[in-house]
Design a binder for this molecule. Sequence first.
Ligand SMILES: *Cc1c(COP(=O)(O)O)cnc(C)c1O
Length: 385
Amino acid sequence: MSPFNDSTSGKTTSPATRAGGILTIDLDAVIWNYRRLCLELGNVSCATVVKADGYGLGAREIAPALARGGAETFFVATIDEGIDLRGILTDAGFADATIYVLNGPLPGSERDLLATRVTPVLNSVGDLELWTRFGRSQGLSLPAAVHLDTGMSRLGLCDKEIQRLIESPEMLAGIQLEYYLSHLACADDIGHPENTAQLARLREALSRLPRAPVSLANSSGIFLGRHYHFNLGRPGVALYGVNPTPYQTNPMRRVVTLQGRVLQIRQIDAHRGVGYGASFRATGPSRIATVAVGYADGLLRALSNRGRVCIDGHLLPLVGRVSMDTFTVDVTSLPRDTLRPGSLVDIIGEGHDQDALAVEAGTIGYEILTSLGARYHRVYLGGER
Ligand SMILES: *Cc1c(COP(=O)(O)O)cnc(C)c1O
């Protein structure tokens, strides 16, 4: 019998007490952020992007909270995310929500998409033909969005394919065209010339295509102004508190709090190494706290000797390499009785949010959130339940 089996081990402590890390997700803040984005969009509708399990925060909790907050349209990346989300939203009483799959249909997936009323974003003429052919076989004109590539060179109809569509608009006759979609490459840089260039390319294409509603702006795009709004905003990361306007103060509320559990506090002599590779050596007698969160939990190894955590209002440095299950902090500057085994330190919190941690790791808030691991004890607050 497994020594880890809960039913036989007679665990008496609460999971919050046992966990090496506690991840708290403020669903009220997610809803507040959604409403803030709606306000920015004025009369334009606001969809929500909940791909990658709600940017790592748990689509099962996030999506119903957003629906209770008024969201009606949801975007995910993959077909399976779309099918799962249909189940989640139906269970929560929102069976009529609209769900789009950004990565598009794959040959063989058509029946599942239709059965779960998940709408594909068509990213090529091949996708358009696939979906039209399937619709015809069912005697239906099926809903879809058509993605026009205006500068990402990632997904969507390329210039040549857009030209084909302009010359043969009847190619769109077999589907129910809900939206033209395009995606901005540089929206987080308000002065970047690629923003206006993409907008001009999109306008040019639209002026020659059959009319339909349009969606362009992601989180950052919404803050570029109303020329970028068209008929539907498509924010993801801003819902989760990441700053969509890195060139100015974050207009969003922080959603995530991540606390790590102190396992030990040890006194070390000058010149003693800390962690794998002895990459840190104390310059004088030091106190080192070992915290039960590591790279297996998504605390990126790039934070080794670079990251900081917040203890009692003080930002203190991670020293040594981040290990799989632990990291180490220099707590020499703290009063001796501040920490004890079992204490919690703030990895993401007030005064040190996911964006600050991202800068220290040389990455972006998106990657910090979507890397958050499975071992945390997760706590969801609010959400209008
Ligand atoms: C992920 C994604 C979004 C959401 O982007 P954020 O920057 O998280 O707001 C919108 N549209 C497309 C096509 C995406 O891939």
